[in-house]
Design a protein around this ligand. Sequence first.
Ligand SMILES: Nc1ncnc2c1ncn2[C@@H]1O[C@H](COP(=O)(O)OP(=O)(O)OP(=O)(O)O)[C@@H](O)[C@H]1O
Ligand SMILES: [Mg+2]
Length: 501
Amino acid sequence: MTDPILTLSGISKSFPGVRALHDVSLELYAGQVTALIGENGAGKSTLVKTMTGIYQPDAGEIRVGGKLVTLPTAHSASAVGITAIHQETVLFDELTVAENIYLGHAPTNRFGMIDWKTMRKEARETLDSMAAGIDPDIKLKELGIAKKHLVAVARALSVDAQVVIMDEPTAALSQKEIEELYVLIELLKADGKAILFISHKFDEIYRIADRFTVFRDGEQVGKGMIKETSQSQIVQLMVGRAVENIFPPRNAVIGDVVLEAKGLSHPTEFEDVSFTVRKGEILGFYGLVGAGRSEVMQAVFGMTQTSSGRLVLDGQAIAPQSAADAVEAGIVYVPEERGKQGVITGEPIFKNVSLPSLKKTSKNGFLRMAEEFDLARTYTERLDLRASSLSQNVSTLSGGNQQKVVIAKWLATLPKVIILDEPTKGIDIGSKAAVHEFMGELVAQGLSVIMVSSELPEVLGMSDRIVVMREGRVIDTLDNDGLKPETLVRLAAGIAEEQAA
Ligand SMILES: Nc1ncnc2c1ncn2[C@@H]1O[C@H](COP(=O)(O)OP(=O)(O)OP(=O)(O)O)[C@@H](O)[C@H]1O
Ligand SMILES: [Mg+2]
């Protein structure tokens, strides 16, 4: 068999109180995709950072093409042919798209100055080859999260590397963009690149990976060929036990209407959206990415204003002008882009969780730390948060665990209605079941849940009723009773029912 392009051996990395990696090894082969799989906090992103000079390993060796390399800085990785798309994209809002793509490796002219013209031309070519539909001259901040991620992909491609690392690259992309990324990955494979692909989504792992490596608690616990291994074998390696992919039974008692939206319209994003959610109910919102679901939820949460329509909560008209108004009224929204917006980096977990609930944890104006801790403990334990302690700074948590902090923080406010936008995106398979189970408990306690999800099994497995949106409009509201997945997909995509043969 051919030799690997990249070999890691005996890599260890600890942070105060956490052993993130212990004696791990990894091989990447030319023209093959290796999936790196593991629970939230297993050490995947830490490994990526040691392979790209962002972290220095405490021990171990990195070899590229058999040669020992050291990566003293983040710039040294591209010099030895390694490039990465990180989980939290490290891009700059104030720079243009082209500048973001070429920062640190811009083409220069014979005077050693940046050759802006070539840079913009090449940026445009790279973006066009990805069918990204992004203008290289606009500032990054004008792009939404999915497009920003495509810029990160373009950046990785612009470095002519032998090893391409992708840390959950599809988490922020729409289905169409995901398909385009798969095509790109095929091209990279055909070009002989060795690819490391991190994902929590088994369908895509099985679709694009050739090999896999599993990490558990910072150790490498198994590896092999994807074709020869079943999904349940991999899950068993990941979590050390079998995980049933079964949704909790829905046995909450459904009561009266709690929240009603009547004819909500927005100048550009959605039109005439009406729905109701009842006590103890999970109302699913299904649609393709871009159907306007998140925009509707942001309006309900007071983050954006509607041009017409009204909201009635517990029989009273409400018109939240801000998120704070909505929280006060009893509606909370856990956004899809939880990473940056959702947590206060630099603060410990318990502060992040208790912040919106300060009224409950303070007495006569004094914060009561013990109560803040209790509150944080209750919610984070239920969501299976992995951290060394509740005093750990959230910025040092793994991506998936940061997401759990955001969910915990909003649940702790004891809302009447909780809106969860893609609640299990980026969350590992074991924790996913914990989140679903918790949602079941919330509605059993009489809460109402609105769940925006693009995952069919999740929508069908969790919802009592399902609202389908397309192009900013509600297409249908269906009872989730013997619904076929094809029906939802057809409605969401606007494909007519097949003619009976
Ligand atoms: N700078 C840091 N300081 C302290 N601890 C850290 C730091 N970076 C990572 N860790 C810890 O190292 C462990 C591994 O984290 P890592 O981000 O590698 O997980 P992951 O496998 O990528 O998880 P996810 O699937 O959630 O992205 C976690 O316990 C995390 O809290
Ligand atoms: Mg990670």
